[in-house]
Design a protein around this ligand. Structure first.
Ligand code: FAD
Length: 593
């Protein structure tokens, strides 16, 4: 496999893990591949992963923008990073992203993409940081129950000693020991009943029957965030919906460089020549604006495919119509199936897309019009303890109703979320993790409900009483996503291809179903990392991939997280204090309690 970290500092015995600090070497500009101006790149899919891949191609490989073509089945870029609508019909985003400062690959490129509001030379990163530094994210109401009469601002973790031990054991386990295991294979009832698990599964959308491997990866990757879990002070959010905040500036950057975008273009198959253990893409079979066509791919060209998609086959609904639950995998999956059938090392798509009943959930975009005349807006002001319309942080992440059958969560980001959003309109994003359960008020699964019914259920659990008034002043847009947690399906080695599969001469993969060392799925950063790896790997660029922030090896993070897991009780604290007293290191012990 291509060595993605080329300047590992190693100790005298060749141990790569002695220190994971590449310092300013990471900022170096690689030399362009010799014939770069004569090579072409085709990106199948215009989601964030491939947009970022194209930006890396231009910035780091110095490929001329005109040599790059996007083939995208829908009529906009962004894929899952969507955001649309208007004041009349209401606005919609299928997802809203919890983000952080340690999205190393993502920020590595976003630091060079011009900002949307700040003047040159500022970047998307500068803008994001400015908003978050001046308006930090702290939730004042994280969990509610009994129709919001009970509220917890900074809930305790409530983990028993046994559960804490199980978490540590999971961290210590070799990853291969977790393959094809589920979370419920590992943990016991008391873990599932803890506040920690409510916080965890509502925040990351894990089901008990999903992958232990991914659970383990999340624990390593986000260890430093545990102290900020209960009040979300570990999170960062963009100023606007993420289509506006990220896709638009990135797409503009690419278009300004001459990149071509072909929308309404669906790729069905790749013509691949397999010889021995290597293979090469020679053609792209597609339908463009309804017409079948083929693109010839030369040996020096590269093809980068986003295989699989969390939001493929989304069904939409509104106030009066339930969202259709489409169970057939669309082109994002069938293309991957076609490739995997004929080429080795390209993964096993059926592991992820075969059981949509287990991987589906529904997201809801609530449009609450009428300012504080709308009782739902009043309730949100009361719960968040903030003005909805100040332009600043409101709920600071989801509020979860932990006794609602659907496990309802709702968040209000900075308003307006959409440019042009009218005054007094609050756009909230919500979801139900357990959509198959029967609702308290609706008495049916979330997937069978109209927008109005979903709103009634949320009104009940959020303690809003004047429901008819809310309904008359609101619009609801639903999105049922059959594969939204397919990336958490229990899996093992080889189920996901590497960004550049063994034997590939010119084919790369990006997105949520691609293997990376240690990084996590269901994150923007995961997609960005695969993009950087695919581009650098295919072109052999002499630049290191940004390593994952090595917090799991940092004794300070480990101590703080251990203390957070025990609600301020650090195992062995007395002994540690005695040992470190009067030494240089005495202050690394958390001052918690
Ligand atoms: C509800 C939700 C909540 C999320 N929450 C978070 C979060 O809190 N934090 C976080 O970091 N991330 C979050 N994410 C994840 C993040 O949004 C995704 O990881 C990311 O958007 C995936 O991008 P992608 O480019 O890899 O794939 P996609 O967005 O799936 O893009 C794939 C694109 O390829 C196109 N395509 C696929 N196949 C074909 C074909 N054969 N021919 C032509 N076009 C094709 C599709 O139309 C699509 O545009 C969330 C996502 C959702 C949906």
């Amino acid at each position: 496999m291509y060595n993605y970290q080329r300047t590992f500092p190693v100790d005298q015995f060749g141990n790569k893990f002695v220190q994971n600090d590449l310092g300013k070497y990471l900022d170096s500009t690689p030399e362009a591949p010799k014939d770069i101006e004569n090579r072409k790149a085709y990106f199948v899919g215009g989601g964030i992963a491939n947009l970022i891949g194209a930006a890396f191609l231009i910035r780091d490989a110095q490929m001329p923008g005109e040599n790059i073509t996007f083939l995208e089945q829908s009529d906009v870029s962004g894929g899952s990073f969507d955001g649309a609508g208007n004041n009349e019909d209401g606005f919609i985003a299928r997802g809203g992203r919890e983000m952080g400062q340690h999205f190393e690959c993502f920020w590595d490129i976003m630091k060079d993409v011009p900002a949307i509001e700040m003047p040159a030379p500022h970047s998307v990163l500068d803008e994001f940081r400015k908003y978050n530094e001046n308006d930090p994210n702290v939730s004042l109401c994280r969990i509610i129950s009994q129709q919001a009469t009970k509220r917890q601002g900074r809930p305790s973790m409530g983990l028993s000693k046994r559960s804490q031990f199980k978490i540590v054991k999971l961290l210590m386990a070799k990853e291969e020991k977790t393959y094809y295991k589920t979370i419920e294979d590992w943990f016991d009832k008391d873990f599932f009943e803890s506040n920690f698990y409510t916080l965890w599964r509502s925040m990351f959308a894990f089901q008990n029957y999903q992958s232990l491997t991914e659970m383990k990866r999340y624990m390593h990757r986000f260890l430093q965030y545990l102290p900020g879990f209960p009040d979300f002070s570990c999170l960062r959010f963009s100023r606007y919906n993420q289509y506006t905040s990220f896709i638009q500036p990135l797409e503009k950057y690419l278009k300004d460089k001459g990149v071509r975008f072909e929308y309404r273009t669906t790729v069905h198959d790749l013509d691949i020549l397999v010889s021995g253990r290597s293979f090469e893409v020679q053609g792209i079979e597609l339908t463009r604006e309804g017409k079948k066509d083929r693109i010839e791919v030369r040996p020096q060209d590269i093809v980068i495919v986003t295989n699989g998609s969390l939001t493929e086959s989304t069904g939409y609904g509104d106030m009066n119509t339930p969202a259709e639950f489409k169970k057939t995998p669309g082109p994002a999956w069938s293309l991957w199936q076609n490739i995997a059938k004929k080429v080795p090392n390209c993964g096993k798509p059926d592991v992820f897309c075969s059981d949509p009943e287990k991987t589906v959930w529904q997201s809801v975009s609530f449009n609450f019009y009428g300012g504080y005349d709308n009782p739902f807006n009043q309730k949100l002001r009361e719960l968040s303890q903030r003005d909805l319309f100040s332009g600043k942080t409101v709920t600071a992440g989801i509020i979860t109703s932990d006794d609602s059958p659907w496990l309802c969560s709702l968040t209000v980001h900075r308003q307006p979320q959409f440019p042009g959003q009218q005054e007094g309109l609050c756009v909230a994003w919500a979801y139900g993790l357990l959509g198959w359960e029967k609702g308290t008020v609706t008495n049916k699964p979330m997937f069978e409900c109209t927008g109005e019914e979903v709103l009634r259920e949320f009104c009940y659990h959020f303690g809003v009483t004047d429901v008819d008034k809310v309904i008359s002043m609101s619009k609801v847009r639903l999105a049922t996503m059959p594969f939204i947690t397919s990336e958490f399906t229990p899996r093992g080695e080889g189920d996901r291809p590497w960004p550049v599969p063994e034997g590939s001469k010119n084919l790369g993969f990006t997105g949520q179903f691609v293997e990376t060392p240690d990084d996590c799925v269901f994150t923007t950063e995961g997609s960005a990392r695969t993009a950087q790896m695919a581009v650098y790997g295919l072109l052999g660029l002499e630049r290191d991939i940004q390593p994952i922030w090595p917090t799991q090896y940092d004794i300070r993070s480990l101590l703080h997280s251990a203390s957070a897991m025990g609600d301020g009780k650090l195992p062995g604290e007395k002994l540690l204090r005695r040992l470190l007293k009067g030494t240089y290191y005495e202050n690394i012990i958390p001052r918690g309690r």
